[in-house]
Ligand binder design. Structure first.
Ligand code: CA
Length: 248
């Protein structure tokens, strides 16, 4: 059955059999090849045996927490190329996912709808394919200064603010890159979700706000007195145009 090989392998790391069963069922129904690991140790073995197209990691595992497992998987050969999505049960876990700069691709809070999870998996896989294509096809450009205050280096996925390189997660970079390219232009949450995350769904509004929050915290470290990202109540976010030439 050669077509089986074309199904993207999805590693599900989840210690609750009920959730794992549901996930395997919906993913298999949707054309994926799910594999289940109930512990971090098992996950590392499965990941090593065959690198999955994507991994879904429960944060609360019996042997290691999902964050630590994420780090270990990333350290394996090719681990950084595998998109990973966290399943979180508590809001403080969500804050850690967003705030810790793990570089995970997304998270889903429990309880979640299996349909939503499959949609996210699809979006992430579509996007990671597209990113590879874009980076292969993009013309070579070096760091292009947008403003003296901001410098965007699309090749390195790096943004400098007042000359200081920001340590950004993939989505923080995506959001700030859009804002920096069009100072003053208002981006709605839906627009950011579509352009940065690849889909729009009202229930993910919190995702945008959480990333804006962590971005602001990082910008504050460089320029404590400034508010480089403006909130336009009811409409969205924009890059402030009135920043001073130097960070005081
Ligand atoms: Ca669990």
């Amino acid at each position: 059955m050669p077509f089986m090989a074309l199904k993207p392998r999805i590693l599900i790391v989840e210690d609750e059999p009920g959730i794992a069963d549901t996930l395997q069922y919906v993913l298999a129904t949707d054309g994926f090849a799910p594999v289940w690991a109930s512990t971090a140790e098992d996950a590392i073995a499965q990941f090593t045996a065959e690198r999955p197209a994507l991994a879904v990691l429960d944060v609360g595992l019996p042997d290691l927490n999902g964050f630590e497992l994420f780090r270990r998987l990333q350290a394996l050969p090719g681990g950084k190329q595998v998109p990973m999505l966290f399943l979180t049960a508590r809001s403080d876990e969500i804050d850690r996912v967003v705030g810790l700069e793990l570089g995970a691709d997304d998270y889903i809070a429990k309880p979640f709808s299996p349909r939503e999870l499959v949609a996210r998996v699809r979006t992430i896989l579509r996007r990671s394919t597209r990113l590879v294509v874009e980076s292969t096809m993009a013309p070579t450009t070096s760091a292009a200064p947008i403003l003296a205050i901001w410098a965007l280096d699309e090749e390195r996925h790096q943004i400098r603010f007042y000359g200081k390189a920001l340590e950004l997660s993939r989505y923080e970079y995506g959001v700030l890159r859009l804002l920096v390219q069009k100072p003053g232009r208002v981006f709605t949450r839906d627009e950011l979700l579509i352009k940065v995350w690849g889909d729009a769904n009202d229930s993910f509004d919190r995702t945008v706000d959480a990333h804006i929050k962590t971005l602001r915290a990082k910008l504050k470290l460089v320029a404590p007195g400034l508010e480089p990202i403006r909130t336009l109540r009811g409409s969205g976010y924009a890059l402030s145009e009135g920043l001073p030439a130097t960070a005081a």
